[in-house]
Design a protein around this ligand. Structure first.
Ligand code: PHE
Length: 338
C-alpha cells in the first residue's frame, strides 16, 4: 500500500510541475483529489486492509494528499503570474506603428456635376421639380407632340412596361406634368434618370438628364440663348465659345442644338470633337404651341423655351473621361479621382 502511495505521489508531482495553465492544474486537482480522484480512491480502499496495517497506510495517504494540495497551491500562484505577464506582453502598444486610415466616401462624379448644374440654374432663378421614371406614353410622347409613327416610339429605342407605359426616354415629360399643375411664370429645372435601348462607349441604357424650361409672357429665343450661354460660361469657363445649330424636336419650334468649343483640344480639332473643334452638349428650342395647348395654356399669351442635356456627357467633358461605362463600374481606383 505504501509503495502504491509513493508511486502515485511521484506521478502527481511530475504532472503538476509540467502543468502550464490554470485549467491544466484544475484538471489535475480533480484527477487526484476530486470525489472520484485517485487519492480519494486510496482512502476508500483503506477499509479493505487488515486492521493493523490501516493506521500506517492512512498516514501515508494523508501525507501524500497534503503534499499534493500544497504543490497545487504553489503551482497555481506561479502559473497565474506567468499567464498574467504573457497577457501583458501580448497587449503591448507600439505607438510608433503607422495608423490605419479610414476610407471616406464621396459623391459620384455624375452627382457632383448634377448638383453643380442645378446650382448654376438656381442662381438664375430656376427651381427644381421631379417626375416619375416609369411614365405614361401620354407624357413621354403624346403630349410632347410626337406623331404616332415617330421613330423614337419604336421598340428599338424605348423600353416598354406596357403598351401605354414606358421607362421615360427623356426628362421632357416633366415639362408637361409641371405645366399641367402650375401656372406661368415658370422657371424650372428637373434632374433625373432616363432609359434608352443603347449601349457603347458613349451610350448607357440608363443615364441622367437635366431638363430646363421657362414659360411666361414674351419669352423669346434670345432668352434661351442668354440663359444657355450664361450656363456654359459659369460651368465650363467664361471664354468657352457657344454656338446654336438649327435642329428638330417634335416638342420645340424652332429647335436648336447647342455646341461648345471642344474642351479637349480648345478648338484645334481632336478625336473627341472629330476634328470639328465643337462638341454638342444639349438640345433646346421654343416650346411648341401644340404642347402649350395640350397643358391648357393660352399659346397666344404665353411662350417658353426648353432644353435638355445629358449629365454623363457633361461629366465626361469636364473630367476628360472617354468611356461612359467607367462611370458605372464602381471601380474605386477610378472614382477616387473625383
Ligand atoms: N428631350 C430631348 C432629348 O432627350 C432634349 C430636349 C429637351 C430638346 C428640351 C429640346 C427641348 O433629346
Amino acid at each position: 500500500m505504501e509503495e502504491k502511495v509513493l508511486k502515485l505521489l511521484e506521478e502527481a508531482k511530475m504532472a503538476l510541475q509540467a502543468a502550464k495553465s490554470l485549467r491544466e492544474l484544475d484538471d489535475l486537482r480533480v484527477r487526484y483529489l476530486g470525489k472520484k480522484g485517485e487519492v480519494t480512491a486510496l482512502l476508500k480502499g483503506l477499509g479493505n486492509l487488515p486492521p493493523e496495517e490501516r493506521p500506517a497506510a492512512g498516514n501515508a495517504v494523508n501525507r501524500a494528499r497534503k503534499e499534493i494540495e500544497g504543490l497545487l497551491n504553489s503551482r497555481k500562484i506561479l502559473v497565474q503570474e506567468e499567464e498574467r505577464s504573457l497577457k501583458v506582453l501580448s497587449e503591448t502598444l507600439d505607438i510608433s506603428l503607422p495608423g490605419v486610415r479610414r476610407e471616406r466616401g464621396h459623391r459620384h462624379p455624375v452627382t457632383q456635376v448634377m448638383e453643380e448644374i442645378l446650382d448654376v440654374f438656381a442662381g438664375l432663378g430656376f427651381s427644381v421639380r421631379v417626375g416619375p421614371e416609369v411614365e405614361k406614353d401620354y407624357y413621354n410622347f403624346e403630349a410632347l407632340n410626337f406623331p404616332k409613327d415617330h421613330p423614337a416610339r419604336d421598340m428599338q429605342d424605348t423600353f416598354f412596361i406596357r403598351e401605354d407605359v414606358v421607362l421615360r426616354t427623356h426628362t421632357s415629360p416633366v415639362q408637361v406634368r409641371t405645366m399641367e399643375s402650375e401656372e406661368p411664370p415658370l422657371r424650372i429645372v428637373s434632374p433625373g434618370k432616363v432609359y434608352r435601348h443603347d449601349y457603347d462607349v458613349s451610350h448607357s441604357p440608363m443615364f441622367h438628364q437635366v431638363e430646363g424650361f421657362m414659360v411666361d409672357e414674351g419669352v423669346a429665343f434670345s432668352d434661351l440663348k442668354g440663359v444657355l450661354e450664361e450656363f456654359v460660361h459659369q460651368f465650363f469657363g467664361p471664354k468657352v465659345p457657344v454656338r446654336f445649330r438649327a435642329s428638330f424636336f417634335p416638342f420645340t419650334e424652332p429647335s436648336a442644338e447647342v455646341d461648345m468649343g471642344c474642351s479637349m483640344c480648345l478648338g484645334k480639332g481632336c478625336r473627341v470633337c472629330k476634328d470639328s473643334g465643337w462638341i454638342e452638349i444639349l438640345g433646346s428650342g421654343m416650346i411648341h404651341p401644340e404642347v402649350l395647348r395640350y397643358v391648357g395654356y393660352n399659346s397666344e399669351k404665353f411662350s417658353g423655351f426648353a432644353f435638355g442635356m445629358g449629365m454623363e456627357r457633361i461629366a465626361m467633358l469636364r473630367y476628360g473621361i472617354d468611356d461612359i461605362r467607367l462611370l458605372y463600374e464602381g471601380d474605386m481606383r477610378f472614382l477616387e479621382q473625383f
